[in-house]
Design a protein around this ligand. Structure first.
Ligand code: URA
Ligand code: SF4
Length: 186
């Protein structure tokens, strides 16, 4: 574990711990407020993220940005990262060995950010962070507390592109998150 961002970032730039290192253009480290009380965890980079080196800049990210704007949640005030830092080929889900190889970096990011609330975007984030026994359909929109951190699983923004009902759920979950954030700040 690293106690500073620069060393952590550098170790990822040079990482070849899993096979995803072979096809990446850029690693996608994470972005936003490095001391935020609120952190979002996605799955892994897509084509746009791989090109730019920033999480959630493609279609799903733009939809997420619109929801943030609609609820006056400043994207720069939160920290956003992914389970894997390198793009899985053809946007497939990260495989277990890849997620396991990469997870220490995310744990290190969580230790440095020290968020009070972590939003788990979709099944891959949920299962890798809280455990395989959790299902996204049953647990989304509910608070799960572990080791002093409040977790809220919700739909992955890419799932919203295909389903308007999920857009409504996502909106409601974000509202709950903002309320809780204000409550904890208060
Ligand atoms: N989907 C993710 O899970 N993460 C990104 O950064 C972009 C799309
Ligand atoms: Fe390393 Fe993670 Fe990239 Fe795999 S996905 S090569 S573990 S940084």
């Amino acid at each position: 574990m690293y106690d500073n961002w620069e060393e952590l970032k550098q170790s990822i730039v040079n990482c070849n711990k899993c096979k995803l290192c072979k096809n990446r253009t850029n690693i996608v480290f994470g972005t936003g407020n490095e001391q935020s009380d609120l952190m979002f965890i996605g799955e892994g980079p897509g084509a746009d993220e791989d090109k730019e080196g920033i999480p959630f800049v493609g279609r799903a990210g733009k939809l997420m940005n619109m929801a943030f704007e609609g609820l006056a949640l400043d994207r720069n005030s939160v920290y956003i990262a992914n389970i894997v830092k390198c793009r899985p080929p053809a946007n497939r889900n990260p495989e277990d060995d890849e997620a396991q190889a990469c997870l220490d970096y995310l744990r290190n990011q969580v230790l440095l950010v020290k968020p009070k609330i972590i939003v788990l975007l979709g099944s891959v984030a949920l299962k890798n962070i809280l455990g395989k026994e959790y299902g996204i359909t049953a647990s989304r929109g509910t608070w799960i507390e572990k080791k002093g951190i409040l977790y809220m699983p919700t739909w992955h923004p890419a799932a919203l592109l295909r389903d308007d009902n999920k857009k409504i759920d996502f909106w409601c979950d974000l509202k709950k998150i903002i309320e809780k954030r204000n409550e904890l700040e208060g």
